[in-house]
Write a protein that binds this ligand. Structure first.
Ligand SMILES: O=C(O)[C@H](O)[C@@H](O)[C@H](O)[C@H](O)COP(=O)(O)O
Length: 277
C-alpha cells in the first residue's frame, strides 16, 4: 500500500501522531488503519463496533469503499454507531446519519440491522436516553465490549474529527457536558455551532474505547490541533479544549493530520521531528 507518513511520534503513553504530506495520503493510511483495527477486533471478539461522528470524517473514510477493502473486509461483522448526532430528521442536510449513509453505508455491504442510528423522532433528551439503553443491551451481550476499569462500553474504534474551536463529537469547550461521569450518552440544546440540539457520547465513553482516531486537515484546525497535542502546561496559551481531554483509559489514540493541520505546532516548535509534541 503506497502511503507516506511524513512523521510519526508517540508523545504520550498510548498516543501516536501521524502527519501526512496531503489529506489524500492521510485518507489512504486511515483506510488501512481502520481495516487493521476491524480485522483485529473480528478476530479477537467476533464483532467490530465502530462509532462515527460528523464533519469531514465520512469523506476521509472513502477509500474503505474501494478495492481492496470493499472486497476483503468482513463487513458482516461491522456494527455502526454514532459518537454524536444532530437533532434533525434523517433526511436533513445536517444529519450525520444522512452523511454517513450517502458517503459510506450505501457503498459497502454492512447489514441494515447492524446500523444503530439515533432516534430522530423523539426529543433530544429521550433520544439520548434511548441510545444509551440500546448500547447497554449490546454491552450486556458483548456485541459492544466492556471496559475493564469501569462499566463503560468499550467500542473497538471511535472516529472523531475536531472543530476549529477544539470540540470533538458534540462536546464543546467549557460545556457542562464535559463534566459528566456516569452518563454514556447525553444531549445538549445550546451547541455554539448549528444546529443547537445534539446528542453525544460523553468523555468516559470516548476514553474507554479500545482505539480512538482523531482526524484533522487544513489550517483552520491548526490552532486547535496545537492546543490538543502540545505538551505545554495548560494556561492561556493552551486552553483545555475538549480534544485535549481525549485520553484513552486503556486503549490507544492515533491522530491523523496533514501538514496544514500541524502548521501552528510547527511554527511554535520548528519543523516536524521536534520531539516536544
Ligand atoms: O456532528 C458534528 O458536528 C461532529 O461530529 C463534529 O465533531 C465534527 O466532526 C467537527 O465539528 C468537525 O467538523 P467541521 O470540520 O465541519 O467543523
Amino acid at each position: 500500500m503506497e502511503r507516506e507518513i511524513l512523521a510519526s511520534y508517540e508523545p504520550k503513553k498510548n498516543c501516536e501522531i501521524r502527519i501526512f504530506e496531503s489529506s489524500d495520503e492521510m485518507t489512504t493510511d486511515l483506510a488501512e488503519y481502520i481495516s487493521q483495527v476491524s480485522e483485529f477486533s473480528v478476530k479477537e471478539r467476533g464483532y467490530f463496533a465502530i462509532a462515527l461522528s460528523g464533519g469531514p470524517l465520512v469523506s476521509f473514510m472513502r477509500k474503505l469503499c474501494e478495492t481492496p477493502y470493499n472486497k476483503t473486509l468482513d463487513w458482516s461483522k461491522w456494527y455502526i454507531f454514532w459518537a454524536d448526532e444532530r437533532a434533525v430528521g434523517k433526511n436533513h442536510v445536517d444529519s450525520n446519519y444522512k452523511l454517513t449513509k450517502e458517503g459510506f453505508l450505501s457503498k459497502v455491504p454492512i447489514l441494515n440491522g447492524h446500523v444503530y442510528s439515533i432516534n430522530d423522532n423523539a426529543t433530544v433528551e429521550n433520544a439520548a436516553m434511548d441510545y444509551e439503553f440500546v448500547i447497554r443491551q449490546l454491552v450486556k451481550i458483548r456485541t459492544v465490549g466492556v471496559s475493564e476499569s469501569n462499566d463503560c462500553p468499550k467500542f473497538d474504534l471511535i472516529l472523531l474529527s475536531i472543530g476549529s474551536d477544539g470540540h470533538v463529537a458534540s462536546l464543546f469547550p467549557n460545556h457542562p457536558a464535559l463534566e459528566l461521569k456516569d452518563d454514556w450518552v447525553t444531549y445538549i440544546t445550546d451547541s455554539p455551532e448549528p444546529p443547537p440540539e445534539r446528542i453525544t457520547f460523553t468523555l468516559p465513553v470516548i476514553n474507554s474505547a479500545s482505539n480512538i482516531a482523531v482526524v484533522a486537515t487544513g489550517e483552520d484546525k491548526a490552532k486547535a490541533v496545537s492546543f490538543a497535542i502540545s505538551d505545554v502546561t495548560e494556561g492561556q496559551d493552551s486552553p483545555s479544549i475538549p480534544a485535549r481531554m481525549v485520553q484513552p483509559t486503556d486503549g490507544k489514540l492515533v491522530w491523523f493530520l496533514d501538514k496544514a493541520a500541524v502548521s501552528f505546532v510547527e511554527a511554535k516548535n520548528g519543523a516536524y521531528g521536534h520531539q516536544e509534541y
